[in-house]
Design a binder for this molecule. Structure first.
Ligand SMILES: [Zn+2]
Length: 288
């Protein structure tokens, strides 16, 4: 499932062919994904210019010259393919992302000024798109309750201190709460807690102070490194199976149950526990 760094990588891949460019044609190939496609999808998009392509949490937001914003979510298995029919369009695309998805799962198509065709392919159809007036963005249920971006200035130890004060849930669960910080998912929470030496079982209310001062930069670093690695991985992957690029070679704990801790081979193996139905990976020696 794509997390923030993967969505940011997708945004960076799409920006050169979409940002500042007119949508010459748009269509949806079925009425719905997780939710119905917006009414008059093609009509409302065709002819408008994508002024700015932004990411907020795990949402892609295309702000349009028509005064509307197109929100896109990748769900579990959604991905974008860029078809570049000529050399000029290929040069505009930083990479051709995830080519060769099964065409029967191509659910939305955007023909862009400049010649690129952007295709949204989603076999499991947990992804979705929404279209609303940009000036009513704050009222959208998808966006209204979100906490600050983890890579933005608003996300600071002071913010985390205030958000965690008195919270009686494990820190792992608190960091997955999108109202506290937006877009953090299971993988990067596990990795950041390991880097910060904080047990995922520790009560959230015990984090403010020294621990949150330690945690915030680690959250930023692990996400930034994954975004940097994402672009590289995607290029490599696109040549082979078209899968979404992940930061997997750099994981210290995630998915490494029973393997030795990367910090110190004398630590016991990495352990997996289940918290609120989701796997947590951690090193009991490194993380207290
Ligand atoms: Zn360790």
């Amino acid at each position: 499932m794509p997390e923030l760094p993967e969505v940011e990588t997708v945004r960076r891949g799409l920006a050169p062919v979409m940002e500042g460019r007119r949508i010459l044609g748009a269509r949806n190939n079925r009425p719905d994904l997780r939710f119905p496609f917006p009414e008059k999808f093609a009509e409302r998009l065709t002819g408008t210019v994508i002024d700015h392509l932004e990411r907020r949490a795990k949402y892609l937001l295309a702000h349009l010259s028509s005064g509307e914003t197109l929100l896109m979510h990748l769900g579990m298995s959604g991905r974008f393919t860029i078809e570049a029919p000529n050399e000029a369009a290929r040069d505009m695309a930083a990479f051709v992302y995830a080519p060769g998805g099964n065409p029967k799962h191509d659910h939305a198509v955007f023909d862009m000024e400049g010649g690129a065709r952007v295709i949204f392919n989603d076999p499991r159809r947990f992804g979705f798109m929404a279209l609303f007036a940009t000036n009513a963005m704050a009222d959208q249920s998808f966006l209204s309750g979100l906490g600050p971006e983890p890579l933005g200035n608003e996300f600071s130890p002071a913010h985390l201190d205030a958000a965690l004060a008195g919270k009686k849930s494990p820190i792992k669960m608190a960091l997955l709460d999108q109202r506290i910080v937006a877009g953090l998912g299971n993988i990067y929470v596990c990795e950041a807690l390991w880097r910060a030496g904080i047990s995922p079982r520790r009560m959230a209310s015990s984090i403010p102070g020294k621990r949150s001062a330690r945690l915030v930069p680690h959250i930023r670093d692990v996400l930034s490194e994954a975004i940097e690695a994402g672009g590289t991985t995607l290029r490599d992957f696109a040549a082979t199976d078209g899968a979404l690029g992940y930061f997997q070679h750099s994981f210290a704990v995630y998915g490494r149950e029973n393997e030795i801790c990367r910090a110190d081979a004398s630590h016991g193996p990495v352990q997996r526990i289940v918290q609120s139905g989701r796997s947590t990976f951690f090193c009991p020696s490194c993380q207290r």
